[in-house]
Write a protein that binds this ligand. Sequence first.
Ligand code: SAH
Length: 225
Amino acid sequence: MGFEEARRRLVEYLRAAGFLRSERVARALLRVPRELFVPPEYRSLAYEDRPLPIGYGQTVSAPSVVARMTELLDPRPGERVLEVGTGSGYQAAVLAELVAPSDWPPEGWGHVWSIERIPGLAERARRNLEAAGYAGRVTVVVGDGSRGYPPAAPYDAIIVTAAAPQVPPPLVEQLKPGGRLVAPVGDRWAQRLVVLRKGPGGRVEVEEDIEVLFVPLVGEYGWEA
Ligand code: SAH
């Protein structure tokens, strides 16, 4: 079975299992070649619904978790999105496919900023994104994303893909009124997805979603290394 067929089957499975409901997110998952974001030795497992090691003790999330978080975030064409925890760059590519769809004119494209604390991973993610055709739609920066990324703020949507003890306050500040934030919040060994919405007047509402397990967010508003 080729990668394309494996990708189609994975998306079918994610739909049947209830992880995937939106047609837009399904289309994005069908377009992003996950095999280009995992280390060569794991390529044959790229379309299994499981997290995979990406080096430096970090992992790329399982496709079902990427699907669920992306649906909760609901990125729209033209929007500005921040991802905290670039890792392999796969989630950033899925976000780019939604804010800057491949079949849209670049004038209408939004943009993804993704911040990673480990320089070696950021470099690898840049190369993965380039190879998959997303270099112009995603900017990878190195730093402590628990403080957000002020130079490109404010954002329509912010996604945190590392486990946080709390929603980092700078991220809420860097969200536009009407913006959404999705983050795994809890202790080191179990978290729950939190969906935060900032109303037009700046009022914040928080909802909880499924239980998840992420590597820790390490930084000023995260955990100590
Ligand atoms: N979204 C990624 C997977 C993220 S794994 C993907 O699609 O592959 C979590 C990542 O968050 C790791 O690479 C880890 O180094 C990074 N990370 C942890 N704390 C961070 C922080 N404070 N700022 C930026 N990145 C952080």
